[in-house]
Ligand binder design. Sequence first.
Ligand SMILES: Nc1ncnc2c1ncn2[C@@H]1O[C@H](COP(=O)(O)OP(=O)(O)OP(=O)(O)O)[C@@H](O)[C@H]1O
Length: 249
Amino acid sequence: MSNLPWNTSEPLLEVKGLQAWYAAAQALFDVSLQIRQGEVVALMGRNGAGKSTTMKTIMAMMSRRAGQVRFMGQDISAWPTHDIASSGLGFVPEDRRIFTALTVSENLLVGRQGARAWPDGTPAPYWTVEQLFELFPNLRDMQQRLGSQMSGGEQQMLTVARSLMGNPYLVLLDEPSEGVAPVIVEQMAHMILELKARGVSILLSEQNLHFAELVCDRAYVLEKGVIQYEGTMAELDANESVRRAYLSV
Ligand SMILES: Nc1ncnc2c1ncn2[C@@H]1O[C@H](COP(=O)(O)OP(=O)(O)OP(=O)(O)O)[C@@H](O)[C@H]1O
């Protein structure tokens, strides 16, 4: 048995009353959301709605913030970012922070963390480099390539793969489909479904309803730093007024 103070019937991630500021400008207002084990949840909203800020606040990357973040039964609100990441909460930022002077293989090794277990002692999702190459076949063909010589979409894949090297329980994925070629978007959708099948939970920031519908169970919709709607993907799809008011469709 592990010593995780978490019962799997409780949410894996529970965010309550999150607020955040850029200097004097408040960017998040009382944002609350939950992700249960095995769920893929969309965080939707237009440019500037606050999706990235929500993720950065969960990861303690906003210097001025308030509210509570519980992950696997622990209050992580005051933890530093690196402790949050090493507890099994992965974050793939939108700006693709790979090491451009390192090769694909070296970038992956930088992300390596040990294997994890669920509270009942069963193994949590674990990724070998070979399994990651199965998930991202393009990366297998460019193992010795420098990060600086990869396309934006390839860098995006490498960022996701490196995060999976940390064997996270939950990944915050910030707009993985934004600005990448359609063939890569397709691979991203396949990758998210594969993660879900392996038991990894995901919070996916997304503007594209069609992409979110392919892979997500539920959605929260943000506008101006406020959660305006929450529901299943089917409910959101059927709700034309919410779609028109807060999404680009
Ligand atoms: N570094 C920053 N300094 C000041 N204001 C910022 C900064 N980053 C974001 N903001 C503001 O905070 C608000 C939320 O932005 P955020 O990036 O979280 O939105 P988003 O939903 O992720 O949109 P996008 O898809 O454009 O990333 C916006 O009004 C934005 O202008």
